[in-house]
Design a protein around this ligand. Structure first.
Ligand code: CMC
Length: 391
């Protein structure tokens, strides 16, 4: 056997060829299918971008309408899924519930497991886009003890997110266009990010020919961790902790720099962006707009601003190229929109869904081999077996 190259965390190893997302971490560039993230966030909507990411081209008006209608065909979720959600305690974290429910979808949609041709692939894509949104919001309804809601086929996709989350039998939920637009933008900014931890997970699980739902369920679990998508929740919790502790941002900056303290500044640093995170720039602007329009005056924001200002001129952060990432600001918007902290990472998952689908599809279409990294063994050499009474 040839020598094995060791690369913990795959910092320098490419795992696949991909046509989906271009990322230049030094220059702070992010493009989906060749289109700049700045343009897409400004000029397109989330379903349009989902279509682009999954199928490779911006849709025509007709294609987009067809896509939206085809998604609507599958928005009913099997009633028996409710038995599964019933079994969870109200205190269960929504990401754990979401991962389980996504996996359970396989049992009710066995066709999505064995995608054999383009038509089945298209159906699988639409089913996943439809049902994942519904069950993602069900995790919130469960947590709140509210009756589960159904997709309203007269409304758009992002509008439906708000409807599914907040509409109650006691009265209609009043849609707010500022909120819809902000969410739309956030979902677009999260839609894909090449071979990050959850996407690599989706591809490697899928490479064994596990189905789409099973692969995405694994992606949800990977996203949950605080070093990945869970950071948006962790950022808000950190800001709340700082507030409770008297609001001294510099004290926490010092903790983050202290190598004997495991504390890290949540929402700072990125594996590939070493200059700035282009998504963070767009979100920061959106956050300012949303807060101004909704008239939110949140003391947590002052702490966030102070942390950001101090870190950006601090030698420790500057020399290590640690800048605020997408998760630093997204939580601030979600909070302003009235979304509970435990749901933040679920929103990340809804946004990332088209990316996971596109990457899974690309991996299957390209007939990629099963993912199977090697290792460098560091354990014992051969040893003589020791009988139980001699140990
Ligand atoms: N606070 C304090 N120090 C940090 C931080 C931080 N947030 N991030 C990195 N460092 C230090 C780290 O201690 C190390 O220092 P030294 O060279 O002295 O040992 C140096 O910077 C390099 O860090 P690393 O851990 O080797 O970098 P990585 O590429 O393995 O990790 C990261 C990237 C995003 C996991 C990390 O920066 C981090 O833990 N950040 C906080 C969590 C976070 O915000 N995650 C969201 C990432 S963006 C969206 C997403 O993926 O979901």
């Amino acid at each position: 056997t040839g020598a094995i190259t060791l690369d913990p965390g795959y910092k320098n190893s490419g795992s696949c060829k991909s046509d989906i997302t271009f990322l230049d971490g030094e220059e702070g560039i992010l493009r989906y299918r060749g289109y700049a993230i700045e343009d897409l966030a400004e000029k397109a909507d989330f379903l349009e971008v989902s279509y682009l990411v999954i199928f490779g081209e911006l849709p025509t008006k007709e294609q987009l309408e067809q896509f939206e209608n085809d998604i609507r065909k599958y928005t009913l979720v099997n009633e028996e899924m409710k038995n599964i959600i019933d079994g969870f305690p109200k205190t269960a974290h929504p990401m754990g519930v979401l991962s389980s429910l996504t996996s359970a979808l396989t049992a009710f949609n066995p066709k999505v497991v064995n995608v054999e041709n383009e038509k089945e692939m298209y159906e699988a894509v639409c089913k996943t886009m439809a049902k994942f949104l519904v069950i993602a919001t069900w995790t919130y309804r469960k947590m709140m003890g509210y009756p589960l809601n159904y997709y309203d086929n007269t409304k758009g996709y992002v509008e439906n997110f708000m409807h599914l989350m907040f509409e109650l039998p006691t009265g209609p939920y009043k849609q707010n266009q500022v909120v819809i637009d902000a969410l739309d933008k956030l979902f677009i900014l999260h839609a894909d990010h090449e071979q990050n931890c959850s996407t690599s997970t989706v591809r490697i699980v899928g490479s064994s020919h596990a189905g789409l739902f099973a692969s995405i369920s694994a992606g949800v679990s990977a996203l949950w961790g605080p070093l990945h998508g869970g950071a948006n929740q962790a950022v808000l919790e950190m800001l709340e902790d700082i507030q409770k502790d008297g609001g001294d941002a510099d004290k926490y900056l010092a903790k983050a720099k202290d190598k004997d303290d495991p504390f890290r500044l949540m929402g700072f640093g990125h594996r590939v962006y070493k200059n700035f995170d282009p998504r963070a720039k767009i979100i920061k602007k959106a956050a300012d707009e949303v807060l101004a329009t909704l008239g939110v005056n949140d003391p947590i924001l002052q702490i966030a601003k102070k942390l950001e200002e101090s870190a950006l001129v601090d030698e420790y952060f500057v020399s290590r190229k640690l800048y605020p990432n997408v998760d630093f600001y997204s939580g601030i918007i979600y909070r302003a929109l009235g979304i509970p902290t435990d749901m933040f990472t679920v929103l990340f998952a809804i946004g990332r869904l088209p990316g996971w689908i596109a990457q899974w599809k690309e991996m299957r279409v390209n007939k990629e081999p099963i993912g199977r990294p090697r290792q460098v063994y560091t354990g014992h050499p051969l040893r003589d077996f020791v009988a139980m009474d001699k140990r």
